[in-house]
Design a protein. Structure first.
Length: 151
C-alpha cells in the first residue's frame, strides 16, 4: 500500500449519514466493552456536532474508508474525530492518515480524546501523543510535533 492511493476530500452534501455509520461500526466493540454502547446515541453524537467545514473524507481506491474532523482553536488544533471503517483497520491506514494530519496541522499542538478501554489509546501513544489527563470516560492526549520515544 502506498500513500498515493489515499485521497482526502471535502464531504459531499448529506454524506454525514454515511459518516455516522462508519463511526458506529468503528466504535461499537469499544463501546460494548465499556458498557456504553447505544445503537442510536453512537450516531447521534456525531450528527449533533457535524460540521462539514472541519471534516475531511478519506478514500482508498474511490471507496470512503473513513474521515476525520479537526477544529482550529487559538492555542491548538482539536482532532474531534478520526475513524477508519472496520474492513480497513489494522492495515496501516490509520498511521498514514495520522502522519498526514500531523504534517498538515503542524503549526500548533494537536489535542484529542479517546474512550477509555479503546484500542485507539495504544494507537495514539505509539504515534507520539502524550496522555495529559483523564476523566470518567475518556483519556486526553496532545501531540507536540516532536516525538521522543525512550526505549
Amino acid at each position: 500500500m502506498t500513500k498515493l492511493h489515499i485521497k482526502f476530500r471535502n464531504p459531499k452534501k448529506d454524506e454525514e449519514i454515511e459518516l455516522a455509520e462508519i463511526r458506529a461500526r468503528a466504535m461499537k466493540d469499544s463501546l460494548i466493552n465499556t458498557g456504553r454502547f447505544d445503537e442510536n446515541r453512537v450516531r447521534k453524537r456525531l450528527l449533533d456536532t457535524y460540521d462539514d467545514k472541519n471534516t475531511v473524507i478519506i478514500e482508498f481506491k474511490s471507496t470512503v474508508i473513513g474521515f476525520y474532523s479537526i477544529q482550529e482553536n487559538i492555542e491548538e488544533y482539536y482532532l474531534n474525530h478520526l475513524y477508519i471503517d472496520l474492513p480497513y483497520q489494522n492495515k496501516g491506514f490509520g498511521k498514514i492518515i495520522l502522519d498526514y494530519i500531523k504534517e498538515k496541522y503542524n503549526q500548533k499542538d494537536i489535542k484529542l480524546n479517546a474512550l477509555k478501554g479503546s484500542l485507539a489509546n495504544n494507537f495514539y501513544i505509539k504515534n507520539c501523543f502524550i496522555k495529559i489527563m483523564e476523566d470518567d470516560f475518556d483519556n486526553y492526549y496532545v501531540y507536540k510535533n516532536k516525538c521522543l520515544l525512550v526505549e
